[in-house]
Write a protein that binds this ligand. Structure first.
Ligand SMILES: Cc1cc2nc3c(=O)[nH]c(=O)nc-3n(C[C@H](O)[C@H](O)[C@H](O)COP(=O)(O)OP(=O)(O)OC[C@H]3O[C@@H](n4cnc5c(N)ncnc54)[C@H](O)[C@@H]3O)c2cc1C
Length: 511
């Protein structure tokens, strides 16, 4: 069906709900609509497939010459669920679709430095002890609405104070913190960083399963989609890059780079925080200040897996993880994972190493050859008694510059508030937002994207049917999500006195 768009008289395809982005959140939103027999929607997706940041690629060679499949994006099902307790929906889907995955055993770890194997695993226990103290403190801060602090401050108060030149402690800290959050403890909120891991690993369970399915992790997304979309469903517009979203009180018009447009009653934007921060998509009118501020407030991390295949497994066969402490640089090729370990893809001779944040940006900027030289030098330090050959395959993605993601997943810096996040999450009139980053409880995780997509779909259904479907709010304000026009710090102006260490006026005029 084609209708006349209200604004400029151009002909746009007309639909009720335009779902922008076909990752986990977009598919979840579409499913929520379909489940309620609302079939008039389109999904507009940049890439040539559904799945978004759940993204695999061919790598290396099997003995028969076919390539292996490795995951560039999401890799674990994080927090499975416990009997009688809530279950992570991603785990439910994995069981439903028979996804191949294996329990990640974080105790299956050997520790190294530049001289080779060096056992510093006792420092792992020491960190965990101190972290538990910091986590308890985070709970008190959250409950009492005290001032947030960085994870660094929280750890330090709990007695974890690694010296800058204590590289084994730095490596342990990286493995325990940066590896999950893709940011250093200095860059993370104690309250929300702790709450995030608590809500996933203490609510569901502390198990993480690593997905090595050769059909790809996105199989669960495409399989779920196939329950309500037909093959080549005309409502799915692949290879279509949205460039502009115009909205009024009566509808939303979406323009794409190929000149096509869609006019809808509602839109759900599921683009990553990185995409929203990059201005790759413009809004007309410009998003209100409260929304722009919230988009700028949160951070988009980068998590880069560097894959190597060799003609033999020269590292210990039965171990899943190898932690390397560089003598000079924190976060320099620290965590190595063997895919050759039992239960994964034995005989694959594939190992990969992960870097995040500045080290990820650094490897993104350099050539594959340079990076390969660096990682081989590290492997030769770790395994001085092995002959480390040239890899037969080598590859890594560049997430921070991928125009459909601009990073890996979101994070909360210290000193933000739930209200600020709600502003990131809230709809702007008929434009709704959903995805990993709009989840306060599960940001950074695939299940966060799922819950948020479902929620946005259900909220819009409520609006379409004039029913109060707002499961997150009270009956008084169902419909629109709450947002805050003004956000306040925790210190009212009256507090800015000498009694709070504020000795001079905050206000000087330039004249
Ligand atoms: C390296 C990495 C490792 C991760 N590891 C894990 C993990 O182990 N476990 C876990 O639970 N989570 C992990 N995650 C996070 C998880 O992948 C995300 O939370 C989830 O996939 C996000 O889904 P989404 O629908 O919110 O966003 P996306 O998957 O980003 O979906 C948004 C869609 O919008 C499309 N799009 C973007 N711009 C445009 C445009 N202009 N026009 C049209 N379409 C556009 C994109 O192509 C994409 O398909 C990881 C992510 C990365 C990148």
């Amino acid at each position: 069906a084609v209708s006349k768009a209200r604004d400029d008289g151009e002909m746009c395809k007309k639909t009720t709900v335009a779902i922008l982005g076909g990752g986990m959140a977009g598919v979840a939103a579409a499913q929520a609509l379909s489940n309620a027999s609302m079939h008039d929607f389109v999904i507009i997706e940049y890439q040539d497939q559904l799945g978004g940041r759940v993204h695999h690629t061919d790598f290396g060679k099997k003995p028969n010459g076919d390539p292996y499949t490795v995951e560039l994006g999401a890799n674990w099902i994080q927090g499975l669920g416990s009997p009688g307790g809530p279950e992570n929906p991603v785990w439910t889907f994995s069981k439903k679709w028979g996804l191949n995955n294996t329990y990640s055993n974080y105790s299956s770890i050997l520790t190294y430095n530049e001289t080779g194997y060096t056992d510093y695993s006792s420092i792992l226990d020491e960190y965990e002890d101190k972290y538990n103290t910091a986590a308890e403190q985070a709970g008190i801060i959250l409950k009492e609405n005290y001032q947030d602090m960085t994870v660094r401050s929280g750890l330090s108060l709990a007695g974890w104070k690694p010296k800058r030149d204590d590289m084994t402690a730095q490596a342990v800290e990286w493995w325990e913190w940066d590896w999950e959050d893709a940011y250093s403890p200095e860059q993370c909120s104690l309250v929300f960083g702790t709450a995030g891991s608590n809500l996933t690993f203490n609510q569901f369970s502390d198990e993480n399963n690593y997905v090595w399915d050769q059909r790809g992790y996105s199989r669960i997304i495409t399989s779920e989609a196939s329950t309500f979309l037909t093959k080549d469903d005309p409502r799915v517009h692949l290879n279509t890059r949205v460039t502009n979203i115009s909205y009024t009180d009566s509808g939303v018009t979406i323009h794409s780079s190929d000149g096509s447009c869609v006019s809808a009653a509602y839109a759900i934007v599921t683009f990553s925080l990185g995409v929203l921060q990059s201005d790759a998509v413009t809004f007309a009118p410009a998003l209100p200040d409260w929304k722009q501020t919230a988009i700028a407030k949160f951070s988009m991390g980068t998590y880069t897996k560097i894959f190597l295949q060799f003609n033999e497994t020269f590292w210990p066969h039965d171990t899943q993880y190898f932690l390397y402490a560089s003598p000079t640089t924190r976060g320099y090729y620290p965590v190595w994972q063997s895919l050759s370990a039992p239960g994964f893809i034995p005989e694959s001779n594939i190992i990969f190493v992960t870097v995040v944040a500045d080290q990820a940006y650094r490897v993104e900027r350099q050539s594959d050859e340079q990076t390969k030289t660096e990682v081989l030098a590290v492997l030769r330090e770790m395994f001085p008694n092995a002959t480390v050959p040239e890899p037969t395959a080598f590859m890594y993605p560049r997430w921070s510059t991928s125009p459909w993601a601009y990073g890996s997943y979101s994070n909360w810096p210290a000193a933000t508030t739930l209200e600020m996040h709600e502003n990131f999450r809230a709809n702007v009139g008929r434009v709704w937002f959903a995805g990993e980053a709009t989840s306060a409880q599960y940001f950074g995780f695939l299940h966060g994207a799922w819950f948020e997509g479902q929620n946005a779909g259900e909220q819009i259904l409520g609006l379409l049917r004039d029913e109060c479907a707002n499961i997150m709010s009270t009956a008084d304000d169902c419909g629109d999500l709450r947002h805050y026009e003004k956000l306040y710090g925790s210190s009212p102006l009256a507090d800015y006195t000498v009694f709070d260490g504020w000795e001079v006026s905050s206000f000087y005029s330039s004249s």
